[in-house]
Every structure is written in structure tokens, then in C-alpha cells.
Design a protein around this ligand. Structure first.
Ligand code: AMP
Ligand code: ZN
Length: 667
């Protein structure tokens, strides 16, 4: 670009940004996606930094937000509200931190606080002697709108604090995702305008001139900044958050105090996926220097503090080309279409495949090879296809009639959307899938056996079901390409060492339709031996809390099938014996409690699992808000960190033993 072109481009960008600012801030109705807006903004910033002489005072880069929408009184903020500078990736975060370190007097790692960036509407609250006087929007940061009446109808904004202080509070007003969806549903039924996202719904609700309407909307508030007249009240950002909490505010619980930028990045990476489980929208993380003196030392640029940065989560949606559809056959014969995509960057990773779930979904999307499709990162690891480009006709992918692996005609069981290959014991894809699953971590946990080895074993005619694994010798493995004696030996031992699994693992590993790990666990807890399970009737299973008719029928059918009987007999012959859980409940001290175990304990994990169950508790493999306790041994893993971030109580082994004896521990 020559100089004239640069000038023109800058003007064009400013115009576009202003237009979108207006749509966003004034009409609560954005025309473009946030990340598209960010791209415009970034390009403008880049050009302006290359041509500093072209920077003007009224360029959007020099301002915060946009003008006030009419209808409310203006209010001049006591302290200016700044915007935040963005970090678009981990590199940006590191650069920001380097700059901070350079300007700071300390050269060692600093304490930082990471917070979720709530995607709502920021507002400023002014308290005098603990009483709410003014509530205002950010506006341009210097002047906002006085929306005190509306603010007062937000139930979790305290009208009077538990402390008699002069305090400025900033935070985010937001609408929970579930309430947003409900509101849109109601609006669409009434023929009213639907909001584009929870942020716009919150903004639209808050800016109602009639505060009675605001009061009907489900609005909430998270406080994230406190400015006190009395500077002795808190010295760090973290202390200020605690102070806010003690004063009666909701502070988002998912903040962390960390040291150095690596830990910041860990938090960002963690929340990039976890955030989808929250009932409020987040568009990034905010990273702040913890020490308030240091914050003052660093100060502000014309629009943002230097002591903070906003890490933007990468875009969750992107367009790419559908290169084809692959049919994958699961271990129970269910056929899943998988979209093969032109590789594209999405949410920090390269995506080549996306789930299409089933053939009804393909009909709904009306897609075929050649279409441009929009893909989205969701809570799951595998992204999904949202829609195709409008008016682009490539036909619709034809639903297959025959199994691509064995050629049998596919069936669609009543009441199910999935197509199945009914050739459960003869279909190569299903056989391989079952063997692979048998060895997987969740099932028998045999090290070293994955898809490619199973493929080789199958092609060499060495296995036809998972029982065959137990007759393999070291020599058999060495017959396969590229397997050396040492690894062959290891594989052999790993298989032989798996002969005494817990009943839960064994049942899970069988790949019985509808019987996953959780259900297998319920069954294992109820029956003392495999023989008892084989003898049980449908009703014996449905009597177990958590097992329905379909699952019960599936398991009874499984043990009646002569092919399955053959495999089970073979397993027995080779000495594979699941350990019946002959325990009996001896107490209820853990009733209603869910445990997750991490790290190395003084005995095998199964000992503790058994103990938990004996005392009436449950064991789960992953930490969530529902987890009651995490039992942590030496060198705990990521579950420990997750427990910390969710505020789940962590027990040392000694705490656990005390609890089991019925004593209380100090949290
Ligand atoms: P921006 O809108 O990109 O200028 O980013 C600044 C805005 O982020 C603030 O005005 C707040 O509305 C919002 N925000 C959301 N969560 C936080 C948080 N935890 N700390 C600071 N700002 C936040
Ligand atoms: Zn098949």
C-alpha cells in the first residue's frame, strides 16, 4: 500500500468501527461478530502504529466505547472507566508481561490475578457511607448514563453494604444463558424482537426507560473492581475481591491468584474449554497485576491500564470447505458420519474433522462434498458443523444402505436416530473397535494397544475378538512389522497383567450396547460375581436405581447371545477373572458424597475406591462442581488444579481416614 492508500484504509476502518460501535453500544444489536470487529480494530491499530502521524484524537483507538444513547441523564464518573488492551494469543500475553517487567522495579515473577471476562454490560456503582447512590453505564469512560433506578432492580446489587464505606464498584451486569434463551423464546412467541446474544439482552433490558421492565428481566451482577477512599482497606487486587465479597457483592468465583505468565497461560487454556459449561457468556480472561502499588506505578495509556490485559478467546466459529464425509463404525455397530474438512485454525488448533452425529443431521444441514460449512467449537473436543453457505447447492449426501466395512444391510432400531450394522460379531470394523476399546484406559487399561496395533493384529489374522489377546505370545508380536523384542515383551506382560480387573472395568470393556462405565459400576456394586450377573433377569437390573428398561434388556440379551457366550468362555479359559465386589456397605458416612481420586496414595486406588463405596459414597473420574471431595495423594494431576479452581474440598489421605471414621475435618 502506498501512503494515500494507507490513509484511505485508515479512514475506512475508522468508519466501519464507528458504525459497529453504534450498532453495538447504542442499539445493542451488533452487525458483525466480535472477532470480526476485533480484526478491524487490530488492523487499524497496526496501521496507526506504523504511521503515528496519522493518529487523530477522535480515532476509535483513542476512545472508549461510544456516545451515550438518549433518554437517560448523563453522569460524570468519579474515576474514569478505562477499556482493556487485548492479547489475542499466548505470545501477546508474554509480550505484555515482558513490558510490565521492564517497567517494573522488580525483576522476579509477579503475582497476577486471572479472572473470567464476563460478556455483559459494565457499570459503575457509587456508594456513600455504604449506601448505593448512583449506578451508571460506562459510556465513553468519562461520562456515562445515570441508570440508578434500573440498577436498583438488579437483585444481586446491594443497596446497602455491610460496611459503612465510601466505595466505587465496577462490575458486569449479565443475563444467564438460560434466562436469555427463555426471554428469546417468549419474545418470539409474542412476535417481538429476539436478542442476538446474552450481552445484548442484558443491555437491552438494562437500558429500558421504564425500570419496571428491567425488573422483570433476570439480570445479575459480578463485581470485579473496588476503589475505596480509605486506601488501607486492601492492598492487593485479590484482597479487594475478598473485600467486595464481604461487603455483600457476588464476585465471580473462577478467579485465580497466580505467579508468572506461565500460570496465567495455564488458566487461559483451561477456561477456553471449560467456559462452555458456565451459565453465563464469557469472551476471554482478564489478567491483572495483584499489587495495587505496582498498578499505580505502571499507570494507564490513553484508553487502558498498563497493568492489565484482556486475553480474547480465539474465535469459536469459522468457515471451511467440506471435502468429504467419512463413515465411522463404532464398537457397537453405530454408524457415524464424520465431516472431512479443509484444514482450518479454530480456537487455537487445526481442525480437519467435525462430527455430524447422524444422517438426520445431514438431511437437516442439506450438505454434501463441496459445500462451504460453518464449524463451531463447542464443549466437546470435536467441533460441529453449524450450517452451510446459503444458496449453495451441492446436493445432499445420500444415506448409506450397507455397512462400508462388512457389506451387511444397515438397520435403524425403533426409537433411535442412529443406523447400525447388525453384524456385531463378524463386522471387521466392529471387531477392531471392540478390541481397541477393551484395551483402552476406561476399560481394561492395557498399555500399548491402540488402533494401529489392533489393525495389524487383525490383518495378521492373530485376533478375531478381545479374548484372543490373551493367547498372543511375544513371538506373535514380533511377527508384526517394526515391533522389537523389548516392546513385544512389554505388550505381552501388559496383557497378562490385566487378567484380574475390577468387575466395573470388565463389564465396561465388553462393549455392551448402552452399558457404559457408570452403568457398569451400578451393576458391579449390586452383584457379587459374574455368574450372578449372567443369571440375572431384566427386573433384577431395573430394580437398580439408575438403570432403565432398555439398558437392562441390552445386558440380558448380551449374555444370551451364543457368540458372546463363546467369547466369555474363552476369557475364562485364558484366566481372565473379574474381581467381584463382594463388599457390603458398612456405614453411610459418605452417603451423597462424590469423590475423585488423584495422585499416589499409600495403597492402590482400588482400595480407596472400595472403601468409599463401603461407606456409602460414590467415586467419579472427573472433577466438577458436583464433586464433594478430591482425595489427593503425592504428585496429584490436573484434577487437583481443577478442584482448586472450582473450590472443591481437597482431602489428604489422613483427612480422608478421619472422615471415614466419622469425624469432621477442618476445611
Ligand atoms: P473492552 O470492552 O474490550 O474494552 O474490555 C473492557 C471491558 O471488559 C470492561 O469495561 C468490562 O465491561 C469488561 N469486563 C468483563 N469482565 C471483566 C473483569 N473481570 N475485569 C475487568 N473488566 C471486565
Ligand atoms: Zn458391518
Amino acid at each position: 500500500m502506498d501512503y494515500i492508500q494507507v490513509k484511505e484504509r485508515i479512514e475506512q476502518l475508522r468508519e466501519q468501527i464507528r458504525e459497529n460501535n453504534e450498532a453495538y453500544y447504542v442499539f445493542d444489536s451488533p452487525k458483525i461478530k466480535d472477532y470480526e470487529y476485533d480484526e478491524l480494530f487490530r488492523e487499524l491499530k497496526r496501521l496507526e502504529s506504523e504511521y503515528p502521524e496519522l493518529v487523530t484524537k477522535n480515532s476509535p483507538t483513542q476512545q472508549v466505547g461510544d456516545r451515550i444513547s438518549s433518554g437517560f441523564k448523563e453522569y460524570k464518573h468519579k474515576y474514569r472507566l478505562y477499556s482493556l488492551d487485548n492479547s489475542n494469543n499466548y505470545d501477546d500475553l508474554r509480550k505484555w508481561y515482558e513490558r510490565v517487567l521492564k517497567e517494573s522495579t522488580d525483576k522476579y515473577d509477579l503475582e497476577l490475578v486471572t479472572e473470567l471476562k464476563i460478556d455483559g454490560l459494565s457499570c459503575a456503582l457509587s456508594y456513600e457511607n455504604g449506601v448505593l447512590k448512583i449506578g451508571a453505564t460506562r459510556g465513553n469512560g468519562i461520562i456515562g448514563e445515570n441508570i440508578t433506578e434500573n440498577i436498583k432492580s438488579v437483585t444481586d446489587i446491594p443497596k446497602k453494604l455491610s460496611k459503612n464505606v465510601n466505595l466505587e464498584v465496577r462490575g458486569e451486569i449479565y443475563m444467564p444463558v438460560s434466562s436469555f434463551e427463555r426471554l428469546n423464546k417468549e419474545n418470539s412467541e409474542k412476535g417481538l424482537k429476539e436478542f442476538a446474544n446474552p450481552r445484548n439482552a442484558a443491555a437491552g433490558s438494562l437500558r429500558q426507560l421504564d425500570s419496571k421492565i428491567t425488573a422483570q428481566r433476570d439480570l445479575h451482577f459480578f463485581a470485579y473492581t473496588a476503589i475505596a477512599e480509605d486506601k488501607s482497606l486492601f492492598k492487593t487486587h485479590e484482597e479487594s475481591l475478598k473485600f467486595l465479597q464481604e461487603s455483600g457483592f457476588n464476585v465471580n468465583p473462577n478467579y485465580s491468584l497466580v505467579k508468572g505468565i506461565d500460570e496465567v497461560i495455564n488458566q487461559c487454556a483451561y477456561w477456553e474449554n471449560e467456559r462452555f459449561k458456565l451459565n453465563y457468556a464469557t469472551d476471554g480472561m482478564v489478567v491483572k497485576i495483584n499489587d495495587l502499588n505496582k498498578q499505580n506505578e505502571l499507570g494507564f495509556t490513553s484508553r487502558a491500564p498498563k497493568w492489565a490485559t484482556a486475553f480474547k478467546f480465539p474465535p469459536e466459529e469459522v468457515w471451511t470447505k467440506l471435502n468429504g464425509i467419512e463413515l465411522s463404525i463404532g464398537k457397537t455397530g453405530a454408524l457415524t458420519p464424520v465431516a472431512l474438512l479443509e484444514p482450518v485454525q479454530l480456537a487455537g488448533s487445526t481442525v480437519k474433522r467435525a462430527s455430524l452425529h447422524n444422517f438426520d443431521e445431514i438431511q437437516r444441514l442439506q450438505i454434501n462434498t463441496g459445500n462451504d460449512v460453518l464449524i463451531k467449537k463447542a464443549a466437546e473436543i470435536i467441533p460441529k458443523v453449524i450450517r452451510k453457505k446459503e444458496n449453495q447447492d451441492c446436493g445432499i449426501y445420500e444415506t448409506p444402505k450397507y455397512c462400508p466395512s462388512c457389506g451387511w444391510e444397515l438397520v435403524k432400531p425403533e426409537g433411535e436416530v442412529a443406523l447400525y450394522c447388525p453384524n456385531t460379531t463378524g463386522c471387521p470394523a466392529q471387531i477392531k473397535g471392540k478390541i481397541e476399546y477393551w484395551a483402552s484406559k476406561e476399560a481394561m487399561d492395557i498399555d500399548g494397544i491402540g488402533a494401529s496395533l489392533v489393525e495389524k493384529l487383525y490383518n495378521a489374522d492373530l485376533v478375531r475378538d478381545f479374548a484372543d489377546l490373551y493367547k498372543l505370545t511375544t513371538d506373535d508380536f514380533m511377527k508384526l512389522d517394526l515391533i522389537k523384542e523389548k516392546s513385544a515383551d512389554n505388550l505381552y506382560s501388559a496383557i497378562q497383567n490385566s487378567k484380574n480387573p475390577s468387575m466395573t472395568k470388565f463389564l465396561t470393556a465388553l462393549s455392551i450396547k448402552l452399558i457404559g462405565k457408570e452403568t457398569a459400576d451400578l451393576i458391579a456394586n449390586e452383584f457379587p460375581s459374574l455368574q450372578d450377573i449372567k443369571n440375572a433377569k431384566i427386573q433384577d437390573f431395573t430394580e437398580i436405581d439408575g438403570i432403565g428398561e432398555k439398558a437392562a434388556k441390552s445386558i440380558v440379551d448380551y449374555f444370551l447371545d451364543p457368540q458372546n457366550k463363546k467369547v466369555l468362555d474363552k476369557l475364562q479359559e485364558y484366566g481372565v477373572n473379574p474381581q467381584g465386589s463382594s463388599f457390603q456397605k458398612i456405614s453411610n458416612v459418605f452417603a451423597g458424597k462424590t469423590f475423585v481420586i488423584t495422585g499416589t496414595l499409600s495403597a492402590q486406588r482400588s482400595v480407596f475406591e472400595e472403601k468409599i463405596k463401603k461407606f456409602g459414597g460414590k467415586v467419579s473420574s472427573s472433577v466438577s462442581k458436583k464433586t464433594s471431595y478430591v482425595l489427593a495423594g503425592e504428585n496429584p494431576g490436573s484434577k487437583f488444579d481443577k478442584a482448586v479452581s472450582l473450590g472443591v474440598i481437597i482431602l489428604k489421605e489422613s483427612d480422608f481416614n478421619l472422615l471415614a471414621e466419622g469425624s469432621n475435618i477442618n476445611e
